[in-house]
Design a protein. Structure first.
Length: 258
């Protein structure tokens, strides 16, 4: 699908491309294209060579990993998200698989064009470095969360983050099915069910995908959220890059220190 003027405006507004020169942006998008994928389409398989940077503009994409007969969800992406950037910069094989969970529109930028732009445009190279830094710090947060907390604490912090993302309402909707949520939290589905049962004593009421935090102060005392692990940045529909999103908890920490 060829790029339209509206598509170019949307892409240009993304933090990754906002500071690139007009020449760089033109070169990057000259050979780029939009593609519409059906739900359940495989975009990448682990070990595949990565020829394109993917930018999810519409839909949902699941990133996954496998080993022997095991498979796990590593991330679930919603618009607007880039993925496989590190593999593109290194010109390396994919460490993750990618599949659409619903019909999705994805911008595909040729890897060689992106690497060439990073070598010649310092501002674009800085934007790439910031995006990768945001990804890295997000991964550190995930590892700390899974290694330092028990299942109930992980789930409690996840629920607090979803409440913040969805406007702070007492009742909100889980964005993932329980199988995916368990994988994202590093738990089995059985352990996730037990964690939800334990949280009922803290005022958590679950009705299908709907969750109510009836005693938010109590669950917050259990969760002990930390800006050095958690990111409870509210989402207001504004497109932010991974770097900007990563800076939000640091700003909250600085504000708390006065």
């Amino acid at each position: 699908m060829p790029l339209r003027a509206h598509d170019l405006e949307q892409i240009r507004s993304l933090p990754l491309f906002a500071d690139a020169s007009d020449e760089t942006f033109g070169q990057l998008t000259a050979s780029a294209f939009l593609q519409r994928f059906r739900a359940g389409a495989t975009l990448l398989t682990e070990g595949d060579p990565v020829d394109f940077l993917y930018i999810l503009l519409d839909g949902i994409v699941e990133l996954s990993g496998t080993w022997n007969d095991k498979e796990t969800t590593l991330a679930v992406l919603r618009p607007v998200s880039t993925f496989i950037l590190a593999a593109v910069i290194l010109d390396a094989d994919a460490l993750m698989g990618a599949e659409t969970l619903e019909a999705s529109t994805i911008l595909m930028l040729p890897g060689e064009a992106l690497r060439r732009a990073a070598r010649t445009d310092p501002l674009f190279a800085m934007a790439v470095a910031q995006e990768l830094s945001g990804c890295y710090r997000g991964l550190v947060r995930t590892i700390k969360n899974q290694k330092l907390r028990g299942g109930a604490e992980r789930l409690a912090n996840y629920l607090l983050s979803q409440q913040a993302h969805q406007g702070g309402r007492e009742t909100f909707t889980l964005p993932h099915e329980k199988r995916v949520l368990a994988a994202l939290l590093g738990m089995t589905p059985e352990n996730l069910s037990r964690a939800f049962a334990n949280l009922s004593d803290y005022g958590v009421v679950v009705n299908g995908p709907s969750v109510t935090l009836g005693r938010p102060g109590l669950i917050r005392r259990l969760a002990k959220p930390s800006p050095l692990i958690d990111n409870h940045m509210p989402l207001d529909g504004t497109v932010v890059g991974k770097a900007e999103r990563e800076l939000w908890p640091s700003a909250q920490l600085m504000r708390a220190r006065g």
